[in-house]
Design a protein around this ligand. Structure first.
Ligand code: NAD
Length: 285
């Protein structure tokens, strides 16, 4: 792993860099260059998904980068399956692996808590036992679904990747996950640029005090809360900026000031909204 990025230890002992590079909404054509640039900037952890349609480009960049496989941490995700059952899930996993050009992934996540995801979890458990996945986890699981999944299965998810940023902080949920051994990972750590986050007065003031940007303050704040972050950018200077968050520390007062920005509301998806659930299910594969 990169020297500068600390790891978190997952519930099965696997080490995961607390900061990685997300590739959601990077078009396939630009992804290879973006991942190349991210590797040059020092990122060793990459987050993709079958649904992002850029796994092949990620795989090409990883291969071209020439970094030893064991120094990389690669996450991909299973999209909602049209057909139920473990075999379909295993086929989907093998297709992801092939597109990535890898022999194993470090973390495989159920992308959405929709469809026959209990079968999916059983397939994940088997693939994990076979050594094709180092750690298995979920994404976008609300507390009730996570607790139920844990209750009915052998392996506790190592990670739950959920929207987490200053306007939607998930502190209570993080506590619950921690009690159950599930690592919180933030998607949309920069709130996808919404709510004018980059000119927020509180974040700007704290950044000025440390000679850091708003993005750096936000990433640092999440990391100090032990939240794994995977910011996305296609601009090399921003990739470097987002990595450069390990040479300063926010005080308790600053942490508490940022805590006050929580609205408790998503800026992106509401997984309780039936219209959103239908929209997602219409995109099942
Ligand atoms: P993000 O919060 O990382 O915001 C990305 C946007 O912020 C970029 O488009 C860029 O314009 C801007 N940005 C980045 N660095 C900046 C900087 N230093 N200064 C100014 N602007 C900057 O949003 P995201 O991409 O949605 O989330 C990150 C990653 O999380 C994704 O790429 C993906 O891997 C993952 N994700 C997962 C899910 C899920 O359902 N599991 C959903 C969304 C995203």
């Amino acid at each position: 792993m990169s020297d500068t990025v600390p790891n978190v230890t997952l519930n099965n002992g696997v080490q995961m860099p607390i900061l990685g590079f997300g590739v959601y909404q990077i078009p396939d054509k630009e992804t290879e260059q973006a991942v190349n640039d991210a590797l040059s900037a020092g990122y060793r952890h990459v987050d993709t998904a079958a649904a992002y349609r850029n796994e092949e480009a990620v795989g090409r960049a990883l291969k071209a980068g020439g970094i030893p496989r064991q120094e990389l941490f690669v996450t991909t995700k299973l999209w909602i399956q049209k057909r139920p059952g473990e075999d379909a899930v295993k086929r989907a996993f093998k297709a992801s692996l092939q597109r990535l050009g890898l022999e194993y992934v470090d973390l495989y996540l159920i992308h959405q808590p929709l469809g026959d995801y209990y079968s999916a979890w059983r397939a994940f458990e088997e693939l994990h036992r076979e050594g094709a996945i180092r750690a298995i986890g979920v994404s976008n699981f609300l507390p009730d679904r996570l607790v139920d999944l844990i209750a009915h299965n052998e392996i506790v998810p190592a990670v739950n990747q959920i929207e987490t940023h200053p306007f939607f902080q998930r502190a209570d949920y993080q506590k619950l996950m921690h009690e159950r051994g599930v690592q919180i990972e933030s998607w949309g750590p920069l709130a996808e640029g919404k709510n004018e986050i980059f000119s927020n007065p509180t974040l700007t003031k704290i950044g000025d005090a440390h000679g850091k940007s708003v993005a750096q303050v936000v990433l640092r704040w999440l990391i100090q809360r032990d939240v794994v972050v995977i910011p996305k950018s296609v601009r090399p200077e921003r990739m470097a900026e987002n990595m450069n968050v390990f040479d300063f520390r926010l005080s308790d007062d600053e942490m508490n000031e940022i805590a006050k920005l929580d609205t408790g509301v998503s800026v992106a998806f509401d997984h309780h909204d039936p219209a959103m659930v239908s929209w997602l299910n219409d995109r099942a594969e």
